[in-house]
Write a protein that binds this ligand. Structure first.
Ligand code: AMP
Length: 215
């Protein structure tokens, strides 16, 4: 099964997509995570991507499309995968359709997590991420047991540069201008979910609508 998660930054799509992928036992693929890894390694792509990411803009389509095509054609994706953060616009969506057609597959479902703008901004600007295992926390809604330490692995929590207030506003605008239109593009496969609820409720709602057994 090939599933895409769509939603504003802060809609919780990364968290939900990763849980669903675990339940389905298929890879969770986040272009944001892949790009941050490239940045961390100071690769050619990472150095190029950094300036776009720091400003809250999108990394050029051609780079992201090559990166994702390479990833989804790997062996572990043969039974499907869950995508978070890709596609971000219609050029990427069409490229994904073409790539899938070449291997006789298609995007089966698109989960759209809907949240109001104020909630999105509040969630991202308060988000903290574990440096080691990338678990997400929030300064108000999901605090770690020990300040600035990850409950799961003890890693240090930090605020992503692009989660800082100015960049968050820009990222939200980019979402409205470029990504939100994909809801229409995927209308026939869309699974609409209210994203402004407790995490467990959202997870259950997604599983119910996709008819995925809880593992
Ligand atoms: P995310 O973790 O999905 O919020 O992505 C963080 C940043 O990575 C975005 O603000 C973009 O700069 C970049 N990025 C992630 N996915 C894409 C994509 N599909 N196309 C272009 N840029 C992307």
């Amino acid at each position: 099964m090939i599933i895409i998660f769509l939603g504003a930054p802060g809609s919780g799509k990364g968290t939900q997509a990763s849980v669903l992928a675990q339940n389905l036992n298929i890879p969770f693929i986040s272009t944001g995570d892949m790009l941050r890894k490239e940045v961390g390694q100071s690769s050619v792509l990472g150095l190029k991507a950094k300036s776009f990411m720091d400003q809250g803009g999108l990394v050029p389509d051609s780079d992201v499309i090559s990166m994702i095509k390479e990833r989804v054609t790997q062996k572990d994706c043969v039974n499907g995968f869950v995508l978070d953060g890709f596609p971000r616009n219609s050029v990427q969506a069409k490229a994904l359709d073409r790539a899938m057609m070449e291997i006789n597959k298609e995007v089966n479902k698109v989960v759209y997590l809907e949240i109001p703008e104020s909630v999105a901004i509040d969630r991202i600007s308060g988000r903290r991420v574990c440096k080691k295992c990338r678990a997400n926390y929030h300064i108000k809604y999901s605090q770690p047991k020990i300040a600035d330490k990850c409950d799961a692995c003890g890693g240090e929590l930090y605020q992503r540069d692009d989660d800082k207030q100015d960049t968050v506003v820009k990222r939200y605008q980019v979402y409205l201008d470029q990504t939100k239109g994909l809801i229409d593009y995927y209308q026939d496969r869309l699974v609409d979910i209210k994203g402004d609820m407790p995490i467990e409720h959202i997870g259950k709602s997604i599983k119910d609508k996709l008819k995925v057994a809880v593992v």
